[in-house]
Design a protein. Structure first.
Ligand SMILES: Nc1ncnc2c1ncn2[C@@H]1O[C@H](COP(=O)(O)OP(=O)(O)OP(=O)(O)O)[C@@H](O)[C@H]1O
Length: 604
């Protein structure tokens, strides 16, 4: 198959046009990300959120543009296969000194598969694995910023070094008191280093671009001493007087994981060599898959590519079968998983019960809304795939039957690739992180018996976190719609996250009402809803019977979250959002905030 000679000049022109298409994409993506700094400095929060939303669309737009150009200028789709092989080889040549080769390869795949369609293309024409290494890429241009900077403080110069680290970002806005904040950070670091001997290599490494998201900017780095590396992040916020403050210091893998969680919006970061950022971040969070790090940086297509490669690799090295996911089955989504793999696969059913007045398009719209919205750590991100092929023998028969019954339009079983093995091909799928459904988590505690202190603690933690999750969603203008326990999951770190999006609405589109007082005994005794209800009307006081059947659950809920049953709570938030308020989201515990920690003992 490998071409002996590169003799088609058209192949070179097509490869070059594709590379131009990618370069244009990355330049636009990067400048939008770089502008986040100015929006942060000028407290343009609506602008920041808009940009976060719009940037998600960039990739598909650029792919479409490039496909059109290739068809128009080169009739690319009509070129014979040997030309396509040469296109790929020329493209590899163009990648050799490129600073984002892995992204450019993915762009090539997107454009090529659009032009050649599934029936024509062969894996040889795309990048099934990377052809060009991303190791040790450096930007050698004279004014280039390195990926990270290293600082070499002593115990005595630590404070001055911390000030310098922040100063080097040249934020064009004044701090309330940078030396005070740096002293708070120094104190926190010194506590960790108190009993430690500083080794010759003691240093602080800091990624040279800030990470922007919503109302925050984050310094991300690590402290190295001997063989120990301590990841850290410094959130910088505007205070009430609109001056900058370092709000906290986060340490260690778990706190960084929470910052980079799959349930949060993507960061804006100005990066020349994204793979070097990913490599650095991976050293801070070794258990976080690379695909999720690319996602967190807004490079979702690369995340998707890497996820799929990891998935295929996992399939090759496992033998268990796909099955219907544990828990209560969805009415609109058919959910399955592979026990050995920490994700779930969701497809939209063809048929749903009458109370679900929705359509496939509407459901897709809700999933898209979540993708573009700030997920505030409370909504799982999803990857969307079309035409996914699995080996038939890896599917339990019961699962095939379930798909055949509820989503026949999504299922094809055939030997499409002609390798003599049957495949299950699913037309459209969402994939997201697997969690423990909250109803199962609570049931485990009930089963253990409420006399057990651990079980009671488990219930308390779950119910308190559940209410907190809803309150975070509310602050972010999201009404979850269906708030039953089964629609929330618990993550590895004990966070409660929402995953059932088909009834989600903007809070500002809902009408929160109290149940009217009955006019007469007949109305009062009627088991039916006797008052008129509009399509967007919500009656929070009616949530109780669905959620609080269990006494232990009820007790905790009423202690911490009784306000969720009050229409005034919801209406109040709606009005604040309508008045233009942009909520604060803290991807860390509130008691980490310096304003709380040092309220009574300010450092002087
Ligand atoms: N990320 C996940 N991790 C673990 N289990 C999940 C996940 N997402 C869904 N499930 C399981 O699949 C079930 C159905 O999923 P989901 O709630 O998304 O479907 P649905 O059809 O929208 O539900 P509903 O009938 O409440 O509208 C859940 O109750 C849960 O048991």
């Amino acid at each position: 198959m490998f071409p002996q000679r590169l003799d088609s000049s058209l192949a070179y022109d097509i490869a070059k046009a594709m590379m131009d298409g990618f370069n244009r994409h990355y330049q636009l993506f990067r400048s939008e990300s770089a502008r986040a700094k100015h929006r942060f400095e000028t407290a343009d929060w609506h602008g920041q959120q808009r940009a976060q939303r719009e940037r998600i669309e960039f990739y598909d737009l650029r792919v479409k543009e490039c496909v059109m150009r290739l068809e128009k200028e080169f009739k690319a789709g009509a070129q014979p296969m040997d030309v396509w092989q040469q296109i790929k080889l020329h493209y590899i040549g163009l990648l050799v000194n490129h600073h984002q080769p892995e992204l450019a390869e993915t762009f090539f795949n997107s454009v090529t598969t659009k032009i050649l369609h599934r029936t024509h293309f062969h894996n040889d024409f795309i990048f099934v694995r990377p052809a060009v290494s991303t190791e040790y890429i450096e930007n050698d241009e004279p004014a280039a910023r390195p990926t990270y900077r290293a600082y070499y403080p002593t115990r005595e110069t630590l404070l001055a070094t911390l000030v310098r680290i922040v100063d080097n970002f040249q934020l064009q806005h004044e701090f309330e008191d940078l030396s005070r904040d740096a002293a708070y950070v120094q104190e926190a670091i010194s506590e960790r280093l108190a009993l430690v001997k500083l080794r010759a290599n003691f240093q602080i490494q800091v990624l040279s671009s800030l990470f922007f998201r919503n109302k925050g900017a984050y310094v991300v780095g690590k402290i190295i001493n001997g063989f120990v590396e301590l990841p850290f992040a410094l959130p910088i916020l505007h205070n009430k007087q609109n001056q900058l403050v370092i709000d906290a210091v986060l340490f260690g893998e778990d706190e960084l994981q929470a910052l980079f969680s799959f349930a949060r919006a993507y960061f804006m970061v100005d990066m020349e060599v994204p793979s070097a950022y990913v490599q650095f971040l991976r050293s801070l969070m070794p258990r976080k898959p690379r695909n999720e790090i690319y996602n967190a940086l807004g490079l979702a297509k690369q995340g998707k590519t890497l996820f799929y490669r990891d998935f295929l690799y996992h399939l090759k090295h496992s033998s268990d079968k796909f099955r219907i996911a544990p828990g209560i089955k969805g009415m609109v989504m058919l959910v399955f998983d592979l026990p050995s793999f920490p994700y779930v696969f969701k497809l939209i059913k063809d048929y749903y019960p009458p109370q679900k007045d929705t359509t496939r398009e509407q459901i897709k719209g809700k999933y898209l809304l979540v993708k573009q919205h700030d997920r505030v750590g409370r909504m799982a991100d999803t990857l969307e795939y079309s035409e996914v092929a699995f080996q038939r023998e890896r599917f339990e028969d019961g699962l095939i039957e379930e798909i055949r019954k509820f989503a026949p339009s999504q299922l094809e079983i055939s030997d499409r690739d002609g390798d003599g093995h049957e495949e299950v091909i699913i037309k459209h799928l969402y994939i997201e992180r697997r969690m423990i459904p909250l109803n199962i988590y609570l049931q485990e505690a009930f089963d253990a018996g409420l006399d057990e202190a651990d079980a009671r603690r488990q219930i308390e933690r779950a119910v308190v976190e559940y209410g907190n999750a809803i309150k975070d969603l509310v602050a972010a203008n999201i009404f979850p719609g269906d708030m039953l326990w089964k629609n929330f999951g618990i993550t590895r770190n004990g966070k409660v996250v929402f995953y059932d999006y088909d009834e989600i609405e903007y809070l500002t589109d809902c009408n929160f009402r109290r149940v009217p007082v009955p006019h007469n005994e007949e109305e009062e005794m009627s088991g039916e809803v006797w008052y008129s209800v509009g399509p967007k009307d919500v009656f929070p006081e009616t949530f109780g019977p669905f959620l609080l059947g269990n006494d232990a659950v009820r007790e905790v809920f009423m202690k911490h979250h009784a306000d969720l049953l009050d229409a005034a709570f919801w209406q109040g938030h709606k009005e604040r959002i309508q008045a233009g308020h942009v909520h604060d989201v803290f991807p860390y515990e509130r008691d980490k905030r310096f304003v709380r920690r040092h309220a009574s003992h300010p450092i002087t």
